[in-house]
Design a protein around this ligand. Structure first.
Ligand code: MN
Length: 312
């Protein structure tokens, strides 16, 4: 079989797990991890060398409309590229036959991993995809990614999400690939339990500290709370939206290294218009947008006023 290319989201376990699935099914696979705004840029050179690949998968991410249209005009590429995404703000891209954006199916919220898993199961007969251990783990990824928790799973799913932080992306992939290959069912090891306990306490403190410094503001008529954080952005956003329910409709978490996250809790609130206005998108209650170009340089100039920039 020829080589497979897989581009996934760099941010979380929903981006990492498709890599595990690909390694289980395919012998020869090149993987690329990036942010939403980087997909076109990462994809461009891959398309130029597409002969190398049998299929080019993009999971938990999407291409721009312009890029999709370019692919659509090329008979070879349009058969070779397959996109599996669950960000509803990109649903309009379903007009292209090779793009599959699914937010909810049979009353269940989907994620990049579940969509890719279903595709692989339908297309390739592979015994490891049918193992109980993989089904259990995929459900945990789905719940942590969509916050669509089954009550009996909630704690486990949150802990599984924390394991991604504890292990880090590469180790997480390596470790759980091994677990799937060697085990029949999923359970935390004794060491993981200890690490999770420590991590849980640390996360709690981190979030409480961040919540003490929330900045309240109104942006485009929406009452928001703003926090600067690099870790636990999803849970921080959710906790902020819950804790300050009276004061705000949307929790904004800015990671100056990466992007802006938006979270909401109230049923009637939709974050998509605000996220879209600032060049992003996502789901009704969770989304993101990119940072302005040169933001970090702007911050440095704001602090130091007189700055001469070095090369590189
Ligand atoms: Mn996702």
């Amino acid at each position: 079989m020829n080589k497979i290319c897989l581009i996934t989201h760099i941010a979380d376990s929903d981006g990492a797990f498709p890599i595990i699935l690909a390694h289980l099914v395919f012998e020869n696979v090149d993987t690329f991890s990036c942010e939403v705004k980087e997909v076109d840029e990462v994809l461009q050179p891959i398309l130029e060398n597409h002969e190398m690949y049998e299929t080019i998968y993009i999971v938990d991410l999407n291409v721009s409309d312009a890029m999709a249209s370019t692919i659509d005009e090329n008979e070879t590429l349009k058969k070779k590229v397959q996109v599996f995404d669950h960000h509803i703000s990109r649903e309009y891209l379903n007009k292209y036959p090779f793009i599959h954006v699914v937010d909810t199916q049979n009353g269940r919220k989907e994620c990049g991993t579940t969509l890719f898993y279903e595709h692989l199961r339908n297309k390739y007969a592979n015994a490891s995809l049918e193992k109980e251990v993989i089904k259990q783990m995929i459900e945990l990824v789905r719940e942590i990614d969509t916050f669509d928790f089954l009550e009996e799973n909630k704690e486990k799913a949150m802990e599984f999400g924390n394991l991604y932080i504890i292990y880090g992306r590469e180790k997480f992939i390596e470790h759980f690939l091994k677990v799937i290959r060697e085990q029949e069912t999923f359970a935390f090891t004794e060491t993981e339990k200890v690490l999770l306990e420590i991590e849980q306490e640390r996360t709690k403190q981190y979030i409480e500290e961040k919540l003490e410094h929330v900045i309240f503001a109104t942006i485009r008529g929406v009452k928001v709370g703003i926090s600067f954080a690099e870790q636990h952005r999803s849970i921080l956003g959710h906790t902020m939206a819950e804790r300050f329910r009276e004061e705000i409709d949307i929790a904004v978490v800015i990671n100056v290294d990466r992007s802006v996250s938006y979270r909401a809790e109230k049923e009637e609130v939709d974050i998509i218009p605000l996220a879209t206005y600032y060049g992003g998108g996502g789901h009704k209650h969770a989304g993101g947008s990119s940072l302005p170009k040169d933001l970090q340089k702007g911050i440095v100039e704001h602090i130091f006023h007189e700055v001469e920039w070095g090369n590189g």
